[in-house]
Design a protein around this ligand. Structure first.
Ligand SMILES: Nc1ncnc2c1ncn2[C@@H]1O[C@H](COP(=O)(O)OP(=O)(O)O)[C@@H](O)[C@H]1O
Ligand SMILES: O=P(O)(O)OC[C@H]1O[C@H](OP(=O)(O)OP(=O)(O)O)[C@H](O)[C@@H]1O
Length: 187
């Protein structure tokens, strides 16, 4: 059965970078693995995640009409994963999504047969340094993310942990191997 890889981890741990690493590594490969683009009420910024930006009204319309397979609200933003992932899973594709720790239990209840959570982890000082360098958030927004990271706990039962303290390549190879688990043949 196809898997829904639900990637979680502290803000700045490296979820987006590692998903990008795997996406690039699989480009041109016939393995049935696809990466969901998130719908977010955040403007698109150069060098950042290739998400789909929606206005609050657009988001609400889609949410109220059942166009999201999952959605949540954090950091004063709305996030959604489109119902297209249901079709992808049905067709046997492993689907990779960038998720929320807070929302993990809801996601588990929505996809009990498919969901495999993967937690990307790094030491707090490494994360704080990376968040500052990333520069997408500054000031109180940055502080709020760092403090959420130290207080938010989630049920780690069955969660695969990928350490990302060292090079992106090392952690990326580990994630790639996990995403391809169960897939016997790929070009
Ligand atoms: N292994 C790594 N080594 C060095 N920098 C990294 C590594 N992983 C991620 N980064 C950098 O850290 C910052 C946060 O990574 P990002 O992928 O945006 O994390 P997340 O999506 O979990 O918030 C980015 O600027 C990214 O380039
Ligand atoms: O419940 P949490 O695990 O704290 O997650 C809350 C939200 O923050 C992250 O997205 P976002 O792209 O805003 O931030 P990040 O890339 O810095 O993690 C994550 O992917 C969730 O959408």
């Amino acid at each position: 059965m196809a898997k829904l890889f639900y990637i979680v981890g502290a803000s700045g741990a490296g979820k987006d970078s590692l998903m990008n690493y795997c996406r690039k590594a699989l480009d041109g490969n016939t393995a049935p693995v696809v990466f969901a683009h998130r719908y977010i009420t955040r403007p698109v910024g150069a060098g950042h995640e290739n998400h789909i930006c929606l206005s609050h009204e657009e988001f609400k319309l889609r949410q109220q009409n059942g166009l999201f397979a999952m959605y949540w609200h954090s950091h004063n933003l709305h996030y959604g994963i489109g119902i297209e992932i249901n079709a992808w899973l049905q067709r046997g594709f492993n689907v990779v999504v960038n998720g929320s720790r807070e929302y993990l239990d809801v996601a588990r209840s929505l996809f009990p047969d498919h969901l495999q959570a993967i937690s990307i982890e790094a030491d707090p000082e490494v994360i704080a340094h990376r968040l500052q360098n990333r520069g997408r958030e500054t000031g109180s927004e940055l502080k709020e993310r760092i403090s959420r990271n130290s207080t938010l706990i989630f049920d780690r039962d069955g969660v695969i942990v990928i350490e990302n303290n060292l090079t992106l390549e090392e952690a990326g190879r580990h994630l790639l191997k996990t995403l391809l688990s169960g897939i016997i043949e790929h070009a």
